[in-house]
Design a protein around this ligand. Structure first.
Ligand code: G6P
Length: 612
């Protein structure tokens, strides 16, 4: 979703801003723009399209200036076009602003400004905000900082903003509420961005802005206050990210790289969390609250998208091993439903980015109701990670492809370890079983490598279904959420309509769709549902559907029934989601590539959904 960059220092801002915008491309966007300040004069360039279109627009123009801001826009109010692109300039030219978020009361503010003589060029809520700031500045004759503070006290909604005031051209003013903003601190130079991705190559010292904080950044330093003008402490954190982790390496797409990385990212997720003799799982981030989790009557998991599917696997895990009641909720539904949350409930938020607006709002609400809030996040220092009482980082490294792959398997392995740990503590897992499960966790990386060796075969299978217009994914038990995830992967990057179903539910609707053109992906590994899944496959075949089955190595029964099979190594059924999702990730990747789709940046999608 919208990406913000800003630079103030002694170097030419333009290349830093463009590179920063490129680094943020993965978030998803439809237009881009920059504003540069050179000796008090502003140049503003913006257009619909990609950052390279912006570069073409700017080519041959004045790019001088050591202060600037940039933006990639994911349209919320108004079409993606040149006029609606950011930055936005106020009517009298005093302020320029970039914004991520939604100003919910923009209509009433716009009305008030219109009465004051303001005219608007765009359909955006952002132009309303920049004019509100200017109106306050001119009418109340206050500093730019005070004008921004006053304006932000009036707005309802979410914002991450960076503002330039042309009368005070030696500073950038930044603030946030519910939309992320990070300031990288160099020597006499500062890098502002929606996330740390563009900052990593310049500095590892960062300041994460908190909600309703306002930072005034100049080459002399940062002054941090709240919206009531009270000073706030500057807390500088260290980033632990390498610049290489943002490159594609030798892979044609980030998504393929991230699928392949899973043998190492899974190991990174459990590294240091299992003792040498494989008798203990240690999750430092939740250690102190383990007694409270073990006592919880109910666990509520909130998440969106792929993270929600990981949460569904979590439900099976906690119920099976810890014998605790689990509810998995779409964060967007949960937050508006006034759900019943008791003080002895544990709420687990799962989020790769740690910035998803609905998930963030959901945990804030549950926190107010007194529940223990845990986070399973990938991005260190993200809003959700900071607002939870305790949590476990997934350590999957930066995930750039919009379609989540390695973050999903990392979330699932963390949930698995949590469920085993709590189950053991609650006395539902014997020492022997615990040891055997832990042993199998450690074997996952090698088993993933084995699956990836079959990539050419998986690619050949994908070729057969490139022309499909619909697809069904079926699974049962632990593998039902994987069916949902497989379908999501296919639809989000190849634009083929796909539905995931619990295999037995097929008879209650989807079976009507099956004909000789319908690919049906079936998760049919050897578990307690195996015989049932075999029957479901027969039902599909009886209607001439094409069955592509993921099976356990050495399977013969399904091999005879299915059109195509992909074998995966044997593993405990609680760990099979991690292995069985990988062929489905590869199939969706190859089908999308063969259909000529933009795999890493699919249309209309955003990596980090920072508006509700
Ligand atoms: C977006 C992304 C998905 C992701 C979902 C939740 O829709 O495109 O890949 O699963 O948001 O994001 P989160 O960062 O909270 O896991």
């Amino acid at each position: 979703m919208c990406g913000i960059v800003g630079y103030i220092g002694t170097r030419t801002a333009y290349p830093i801003l463009i590179k920063g915008l490129q680094r943020l491309e993965y978030r998803g966007y439809d237009s881009a723009g920059i504003a540069l300040m050179d000796n008090g004069n502003a140049s503003l360039y913006k257009c619909k399209g990609k950052v390279r279109d912006l570069e073409n627009l700017v080519s041959g123009q004045n790019i001088a200036g050591t202060i600037g801001i940039g933006h990639t826009r994911w349209a919320t109010h108004g079409l993606p076009n040149d006029v609606n692109a950011h930055p936005h300039k106020s009517m009298n030219g005093k302020f320029i602003l970039v914004h991520n978020g939604i100003i919910e009361n923009y209509a009433s503010i716009k009305k008030m400004l219109t009465k004051n003589g303001y005219k608007f060029q765009s359909e955006t809520d952002t132009e309303v905000l920049v004019n509100l700031i200017e109106n306050i500045y001119l009418e109340e004759k206050v500093s730019a900082e005070t004008a921004v503070q006053t304006a932000l006290r009036m707005v309802v909604g979410a914002y991450g903003i960076v503002v330039i005031c042309l009368d005070e051209p030696d500073k950038l003013i930044a603030s946030r509420k519910s939309s992320p903003l990070v300031i990288g601190c160099g020597e006499g130079e500062y890098f502002l961005a929606s996330d740390a991705t563009p900052i990593t190559e310049y500095t590892d010292r960062v300041l994460y802005l908190n909600d309703e904080e306002i930072a005034v950044v100049s080459t002399n330093g940062i002054s941090l206050k709240n919206l009531n003008n009270e000073a706030k402490e500057l807390v500088i954190s260290r980033l632990n990210l390498s610049i290489e982790s943002f490159d594609k390496g030798n892979f044609p797409h980030y998504m393929l790289k991230e699928i392949h990385e899973q043998s190492t990212t899974i190991a990174d997720s459990f590294r240091g969390r299992i003792n040498n003799d494989m008798t203990q799982i240690m999750l430092g981030g939740i250690n102190e609250v383990i007694p409270r989790i073990a006592k919880a009557k109910r666990i509520v998991i909130v998440a969106c998208g792929t993270s929600y599917h990981a949460g569904l696997v979590g439900e099976y895990l906690f119920e099976t091993f810890a014998r605790q009641q689990v509810e998995v909720e779409y964060a967007s539904e949960f937050r508006y439903r006034d759900p019943i949350i008791e003080e002895d409930d544990v709420v687990i938020a799962i989020s790769q980015s740690g910035e998803t607006a609905d998930t963030l709002a959901a945990i804030r609400m549950a926190k107010e109701k007194g529940a223990l809030i845990l986070g399973i996040c990938n991005v260190v220092g993200s809003s959700i990670a900071r607002e939870t009482h305790a949590g476990v980082y997934t350590h999957a490294g930066p995930e750039i492809g919009v379609a989540s792959t390695k973050a999903f398997t990392a979330q699932v392995i963390i949930l698995t370890m949590m469920a085993y740990l709590i189950g053991k503590r609650r006395g539902f897992i014997s020492d022997e079983t615990y040891h055997s499960l832990i042993e199998q966790v450690l074997e996952i990386p090698d088993k993933i490598k084995e699956i990836l060796k079959d990539e050419d075969h998986i690619k050949e299978i994908s070729q057969k279904y490139v022309e499909a217009t619909n697809a069904i994914y079926l699974g049962r038990g632990f593998l039902y959420p994987v069916a949902l995830e497989g379908a999501l992967k296919l639809k989000e990057i190849s634009y083929i309509h796909a539905e995931g179903y619990p295999a037995a539910e097929m008879k209650h609707g989807p079976i009507a769709l099956i004909d000789d053109k319908m690919p049906v992906f079936v998760l049919g590994t050897k578990d307690k549902y195996y015989e049932k899944i075999v029957s479901n496959i027969q039902e599909v075949k009886a209607r001439k559907g094409k069955v592509i089955a993921v099976v356990t190595q050495g399977d013969t029964t399904i091999k005879h029934l299915a059109d195509d099979v992909i074998e995966i190594p044997e593993i405990d059924e609680s760990l099979s989601p991690i292995l069985s999702v990988i062929p489905l990730q590869l199939i969706s990747y190859y089908i999308a590539v063969m259909r000529g789709c933009n795999v890493d940046q699919p249309r209309n999608l955003a990596k980090s959904v920072t508006v509700e």
